[in-house]
Design a protein around this ligand. Structure first.
Ligand SMILES: C[S@@+](CC[C@H](N)C(=O)[O-])C[C@H]1O[C@@H](n2cnc3c(N)ncnc32)[C@H](O)[C@@H]1O
Length: 310
C-alpha cells in the first residue's frame, strides 16, 4: 500500500472527522460557496440519472442530496467515522433505503463492473489524496461511469496562493469564536504566521512544477505515529481536461468554485453572508463567475470537471 493511502486512512479515520466535516458550512464561507456551486452543478446534471457512485463521499453532503432526488447512491469512503456520520444524517433525512455504504479505497475499484453507474462523482479532492495513483484512479472512475462523470480535485493554481498567504483561511472564518479546532488554530496563530512569514520562491516553484503538496516530512511523521495531512496531488486545468479527454470523456467543462469569493476581504464577505438577500444574490453570481473556464484555476483550492461518457 502506498504511503498516501496509509496516511489518508489514518487522517480520515480520526474519530471526530465525520462530525467536523458535516459542520463545514457552519464554519467557513469558502465551504459555503464551494458546496453551493457543486450542488447546483449536480442538480443541473441529473437528467436520466438513476444510479450514482460517490467516491470519497465523506459525511454525505452530496450522497444524501442525490438520494433525496430519488437516485440510488453508492456512498464509498475510506473512513468509518465519515460513513457513520453519513448514515446518521441519511437516517434523519429518511433516505437510508436509497444509499449503500461501502468502506473502501479509491485505489481499488475492481469490485465494480464497467459502466455500473449512470453518474460517477468524486467531490472535494478524494482523487488528489491517491497520489501517485491519481491518473489510474480517474481512469477507473471513468470505467465505472455510464453517462456522466463529475470530479473536483485539488487545483494547483488554486493552491499556490496559500504559499504566499498563510492567513488565507482566516478570510473565510464565519465565527472566530467557533470551537472548531482549525478555527482555533487559525485565530490563535494569525500574528505568529504573519510575523514568521517570508515568501519562499523555491517552494512555490516546486509546487508549480510537480503539483505535490507533502512528501518526505509527512511520511516521517506517519512513521513516528503522527497524523499528517494527506500527501496531495494538485492538477492543472488543462492536465485534468486532457486526461479525461484521453480516456474518451466528451464535452469536458471546467470551473473553479470559490474564485470570485477569493477576491473579497473577510469584513465584506461577513456582511454579505449575514444578509439572506445579499447572500442569495452573491451565491448566484459566484456560480456564474466561477463557472467561466478562464477563472477555473483560481477557485477555492478545488477544480471541477464535468464530462459526458459516450
Ligand atoms: C474533503 S472530504 C470530501 C467529502 C465529500 N466528497 C464532500 O464533498 O463532502 C474527502 C473525503 O475523501 C475520503 N478519502 C480520502 N482518501 C480516500 C481514498 N483513498 N479512498 C476513498 N476515500 C478517500 C475521506 O475519507 C473524506 O471523506
Amino acid at each position: 500500500m502506498d504511503y498516501s493511502q496509509k496516511i489518508s486512512e489514518r487522517q480520515w479515520n480520526q474519530p471526530d472527522k465525520g462530525e467536523l466535516e458535516s459542520r463545514r458550512e457552519e464554519t467557513y464561507i469558502d465551504d459555503i460557496i464551494q458546496k453551493d456551486h457543486l450542488q447546483r452543478k449536480l442538480l443541473e446534471n441529473l437528467d436520466g440519472i438513476r444510479t450514482v457512485f460517490d467516491g470519497g463521499a465523506g459525511s454525505g453532503r452530496f450522497s444524501i442530496l442525490l438520494a433525496r432526488q430519488g437516485c440510488h447512491v453508492t456512498h464509498f469512503d475510506i473512513s468509518q467515522p465519515m460513513i457513520d456520520k453519513a448514515r446518521e444524517l441519511a437516517e434523519q433525512a429518511g433516505v437510508l433505503d436509497r444509499i449503500t455504504f461501502v468502506k473502501g479505497a479509491l485505489e481499488d475499484l475492481s469490485a465494480f463492473p464497467d459502466r455500473a453507474f449512470d453518474l460517477v462523482i468524486s467531490f472535494d479532492a478524494p482523487v488528489s489524496y491517491t497520489y501517485p495513483n491519481q491518473n489510474r484512479v480517474i481512469a477507473e472512475l471513468v470505467r465505472i461511469a455510464r453517462k456522466r462523470i463529475m470530479l473536483s480535485v485539488s487545483s494547483r493554481l488554486g493552491s499556490l496562493p496559500y504559499l504566499a498567504n498563510p492567513i488565507q483561511k482566516n478570510q473565510f472564518i464565519l465565527d472566530e469564536d467557533a470551537d472548531d479546532p482549525f478555527v482555533r488554530w487559525c485565530v490563535a496563530g494569525r500574528e505568529r504566521m504573519v510575523e514568521g512569514f517570508s515568501f519562499d520562491v523555491r517552494r512555490a516553484e516546486k509546487l508549480l512544477a510537480d503539483g505535490l503538496m507533502g512528501g518526505e516530512a509527512e511520511i516521517a511523521e506517519y512513521e513516528r505515529g503522527g497524523v499528517p495531512w494527506c500527501i496531495t496531488y494538485t492538477f492543472l486545468p488543462d492536465e485534468l481536461a486532457g486526461l479525461l479527454t484521453e480516456l474518451g470523456v466528451r464535452d469536458v467543462r471546467l470551473s473553479g468554485p470559490g474564485a470570485y469569493g477569493r477576491t473579497l476581504p473577510r469584513e465584506i464577505l461577513l456582511k454579505i453572508m449575514r444578509d439572506p438577500g445579499q447572500k442569495r444574490d452573491f451565491l448566484d453570481f459566484c456560480y456564474r463567475f466561477d463557472a467561466n473556464p478562464y477563472v477555473c484555476g483560481l477557485g477555492k483550492d478545488n477544480l471541477l470537471a464535468v464530462g459526458e461518457i459516450p
